[in-house]
Design a protein around this ligand. Structure first.
Ligand code: SF4
Length: 240
């Protein structure tokens, strides 16, 4: 039974209703950490301890964090929250949960920051993409309700394959963008409610656009992905 939703659930649902249904309603498939996700978690913990307990970053273990140090030091006096947990009831039908990596008070704005470890800056989202990202929308909404100020939302991209300056991609959520975000999120949650009631796997709509994304969907052997493959081979035929 679905009891809560999160930004990652909304993201999964928007990419493929069936993937979300298999994970959250049928409860099949286990998530396994990859070396990249384990490294990402370790870096998050290191930055969290840097702010919470004033612990130095272990630069011999994570040399790629060295260029981040001046920025992390420079924001210390503006920190109002680290690993901020939220459990919001009354926003949507389901309880809405999540953790915000870092919150800064920038005076006019509240700055919500999510650290992202990446192998390449090629994968950075643009400012425009962030505005429609469910995590950015949900976190901005929660921060706006909690702190009562317009919100800057940033992905702090940290490249783990090179000693490179971190990249901060930022978008701004003023009240009008917050309202747009609420409308979009509410519409997705409404669709989630409907799909959550489906009991038969065959009745859930698959989407073949993301079957091979991010290392491949774990349900590829379960789904009939042939329509997508046929379509791709048809496109390939046109160029022969
Ligand atoms: S394999 Fe493709 S269609 Fe099937 S659940 Fe995964 S993303 Fe959806």
């Amino acid at each position: 039974m679905v009891t809560h939703i999160s930004a990652s659930q909304i993201k999964t649902f928007r990419s493929c209703n069936k993937k979300w249904w298999l994970e959250k309603v049928a409860c099949v498939g286990e998530r396994h950490d990859t070396p990249s996700t384990l490294l990402g978690k370790a870096v998050h913990t290191a930055i969290e301890e840097f702010f919470k307990s004033n612990t130095s970053l272990n630069l011999s273990l994570y040399p790629f964090l060295k260029p981040s140090l001046p920025w992390l030091e420079s924001v210390k006096d503006r920190v109002v929250g680290v690993e901020v947990e939220f459990r919001e009831r009354g926003l949507f039908t389901f309880e809405t949960i999540g953790y915000i990596d870092l919150v800064l008070d920038e005076g006019e704005y509240i700055h919500v920051i999510d650290h992202k470890t990446t192998k390449s800056f090629y994968w950075c989202k643009s400012e425009l993409e962030l505005l429609s990202d469910p995590q950015a929308q949900l976190y901005a909404l929660v921060a706006y309700r909690r702190y009562g100020k317009p919100v800057r939302f940033s992905h702090n991209y940290i490249c783990t394959q090179a000693v490179a300056e971190p990249r901060l991609v930022t978008c701004v959520f003023k009240p009008e963008e917050i309202l747009r975000a609420v409308i979009k999120l509410a519409s997705t949650v409404e669709q989630i409610e409907a799909v959550a009631l489906i009991q038969n796997e065959g009745a859930v709509e698959p989407s073949y656009d993301f079957c091979n994304a991010f290392g491949g969907c774990p349900f590829r052997t379960r789904c009939d992905t042939r329509p997508r493959q046929d379509w791709l081979s048809l496109v390939g035929d046109l160029y022969e």
